[in-house]
Design a protein around this ligand. Structure first.
Ligand code: SAM
Length: 234
């Protein structure tokens, strides 16, 4: 996706890019490629592919929520900043928290944040299940792209969500996972409000964004570790 096409596709999503935001994306791309030479941040480095599969794909979260109406967003397993850092560039007013278990990715994110002069954004080097223990019900929106299977994601992301607010995982193909998540959805007290399935422009691969609304506090005291959830699903 060329930068021009990126701009046009964002317009279709209802988001206009300022000159400063265009420069921020260009700089983010350059830093991603430069740092990727010394650490593994992404398998995608071709400019048009990064604009399509990382920048545009991250922005599609706005298909299910108007982020101008929300104050705080937490991105679990953000990696090189997808979708959290992209959303921060697009919505500078949003207070964004980027969580990742791998410190080298956090160092990259901190560098990008400094170079782009972004404010009200912080990085957390911690496992999501640990972070969630101390930050229950703090966020309007919790999102996560390409991190874990849905039952696990629900269990360690939903505790972070304020009651009445949203957990929005971004997935490739989801049908099987929703079926496998029925029990977790019930126990975590969330309701699937909407499911948006679409094709990425140009390459037409399938994407699904789920929007869960948290109805009440879950009786699960704290999110369990991945390994424990796998051995003993709820
Ligand atoms: N969300 C990014 C994206 O879509 O490009 C990164 C996806 S990458 C496949 C998964 C990321 O999740 C990695 O950066 C990994 O360090 C992080 N991760 C995996 N398990 C995690 C956990 N329990 N807590 C926090 N981060 C985790």
């Amino acid at each position: 996706m060329t930068e021009d096409r990126f701009e046009r596709e964002l317009e279709l999503l209802g988001v206009s890019l300022s000159e400063n935001q265009k420069i921020q994306f260009e700089t983010y791309y350059k830093l991603l490629v430069e740092w990727n030479k010394k650490m593994n941040l992404t398998g995608i480095t071709d400019k048009e592919q990064v604009y399509l599969k990382h920048f545009y794909d991250s922005a599609t979260l706005v298909k299910v929520i108007d982020l101008r109406e929300e104050k705080t967003l937490c991105d679990i397993g953000t990696g090189a900043g997808f979708p959290g850092l992209v959303l921060k560039i697009l919505f500078p007013e949003l207070e964004v928290t980027l969580v990742d278990a791998l410190n080298k990715r956090i160092l990259f994110l901190e560098h990008v944040i400094e170079v782009l002069k972004l404010k009200n954004i912080k990085t957390i080097h911690e496992r999501a299940e640990e972070y969630a223990k101390e930050h229950r019900e703090e966020f309007d929106v919790v999102t996560s792209r390409a991190v874990a299977a849905l039952p696990m994601l629900l269990e360690y992301s939903v505790p972070l969500v304020k009651i009445g607010k949203y957990f929005i995982p971004m997935k490739a193909d989801i049908a099987q996972e929703i079926k496998a998540s029925e029990r977790s959805i019930k126990i975590m007290s969330v309701k699937l409000k909407c499911q948006e399935t679409f094709s990425l422009p140009i390459e037409n691969s399938t994407r699904t964004i789920l929007k869960f609304q948290k109805e009440k506090s879950s009786h699960v005291k704290y999110p369990r570790k991945f390994s424990e959830i796998k051995r003993n699903p709820l």
